[in-house]
Design a protein around this ligand. Structure first.
Ligand SMILES: Cc1cc2nc3c(=O)[nH]c(=O)nc-3n(C[C@H](O)[C@H](O)[C@H](O)COP(=O)(O)OP(=O)(O)OC[C@H]3O[C@@H](n4cnc5c(N)ncnc54)[C@H](O)[C@@H]3O)c2cc1C
Length: 405
């Protein structure tokens, strides 16, 4: 067994884990990030980051670098995947930026991860270790212990579990299981030249095409050089108890074709560019009322995995980092109190986002004609500057303590 030289061990080097290391560095603490993969990196394509997320990236000192890769969309647009008609939009330009003080951006998730990784390397007080899979975490009287699958055992003053939806750290506080949504995603990027423009929209807009049991999201990433596409649909073939989609072969490309057969020509054209090789089943978990045991706490998808329909999973991980950092500033070496106070603020909000994400999915994928009619009617009455439905989400700030430069 080895006590690491660092103050805190972070399990998992995704967006949440790396951002947490930067937050700890802000408090003057050292940390070691244990990543199970042979390299640090991100799988998947695009990421939308609303002002409640970009505000925290600014605080972590990475927003200038991120702006070199990001796209600043003009509008979020919701369209009917069947008729092709625009249903509603949210303007993201000057009035929006002034209201929230921070921009709405879209970017390649690998670019965000790289910027965070490089910021960690530059700090000098963050150690980044690969091939380090955490098997088990224990709380101790005066710290915490981590067991790796390679037999190594480490101890530190505290452990933060940022090890994703299948978190091993979470087992310390809950024996719950992920919940299968029956939805599947196919995603990837294509060269910008391959896209067909949609009348009335700008190539920089975020487009969400919605229909019964399905949606398609499109937006540019990497300074507008690539176009991100995510195709999502509910499987016909899924049966309760057959959650292992690889073994039970649900969510197949043939099902995708069947689901999208009545969509408009733009959506069908977009789908013809989607890689059919890989698919991701969509899981979340029910909210839980405790993320912490003594000197161990959870963050990001390990704490509150959610469906992606509000584009908030990574942002909520960043909100965790901001609040955790504030509590570590406030309570010094008293990790137990800092973690307890952190979750007191964060659990209600993250749980609300988790639950709302499910509800948004129901609304976007509605099948009942009356619900669709009412939804579309409400959408059509909205002004593009109206932020009523998103204000609670985008306006939240975890202000850094006044004594920070
Ligand atoms: C299709 C889709 C679209 C999305 N779009 C958005 C969006 O637009 N905006 C947004 O904010 N969010 C979005 N999300 C959600 C977002 O991707 C996640 O919420 C976010 O990546 C979670 O980050 P994390 O660091 O908590 O977890 P993860 O990204 O899962 O990272 C966990 C890390 O821990 C490592 N790890 C796992 N287990 C162990 C272990 N035992 N030991 C050591 N290391 C381990 C993993 O290899 C990984 O590197 C989307 C999700 C999906 C599926």
């Amino acid at each position: 067994m080895a006590k690491v030289n660092e103050d805190v061990i972070i399990a998992g080097g995704g967006i949440g884990g790396l951002a947490a290391a930067l937050g700890l560095a802000e408090t003057g603490r050292t940390s070691v990030v244990l990543e199970r993969a042979p390299e640090f990196g991100e799988v998947g394509a695009g990421l939308q980051l609303a002002p409640n997320g970009t505000a925290i990236l600014e605080r972590l000192g990475v927003m200038e670098e991120i702006s070199k890769f990001a796209v600043f969309p003009k509008r979020l647009v919701i369209l009917d995947a069947i008729t092709g008609k625009e249903l509603t939009s949210l303007d993201l330009q000057e009035a929006f930026k002034q209201k929230y003080g921070h921009p709405y951006i879209v970017m390649h998730r690998a670019d965000l991860h790289t910027v965070l990784y490089e910021a960690c390397v530059k700090k000098g007080n963050i150690r980044l270790m690969t091939n380090s899979e955490v098997e088990k975490v224990e709380d101790l009287e005066d710290g915490a212990r981590v067991y790796l699958t390679n037999g190594t055992v480490y101890e530190a003053n505290a452990v933060i579990g940022a090890d994703g939806i299948h978190s091993k750290t979470r087992k310390l506080v809950s024996d719950d299981q992920p919940v299968c949504s029956q939805y599947v995603a196919y995603r990837g990027t294509i060269p910008m030249e391959e896209i067909t423009e949609t009348a009335g929209t700008d190539p920089d807009d975020v487009l969400m095409w919605i229909g019964p049991n399905l949606h398609l999201v499109q937006y540019p990433v990497r300074r507008g050089e690539l176009y991100n596409q995510v195709v999502v649909f509910k499987s016909f073939k899924y049966k309760p108890g057959a959650e292992d989609w690889k073994a039970n072969d649900w969510g197949t490309p043939e099902e995708m074709d069947e689901r999208f057969k009545d969509t408009c020509s733009h959506v069908k054209h977009a789908i013809s560019f989607i890689s059919r090789k890989f698919r991701w089943a969509m899981w979340d978990r029910n909210p839980i009322d405790n993320w912490t045991k003594g000197h161990v706490t959870l963050l990001g998808d390990a704490a509150h995995p959610m469906l992606q329909y509000m584009a908030q999973g990574a942002i909520q991980a960043l909100e965790d980092v901001a609040q955790l950092t504030n509590m570590l500033h406030k309570y010094g070496d008293d990790y137990k109190t800092a973690f307890a106070e952190y979750q007191k603020e964060r659990i209600p909000r993250a749980s609300k986002v988790q639950t709302n994400a499910r509800n948004w999915g129901e609304m976007l994928h509605a099948t009942d004609p009356i619900t669709i009619m009412l939804r579309n009617d409400i959408f059509s009455r909205r002004d593009k500057y109206d932020t009523t439905y998103v204000d609670w989400l985008y306006s939240k700030r975890y202000e850094e303590p006044a004594f920070i430069d």
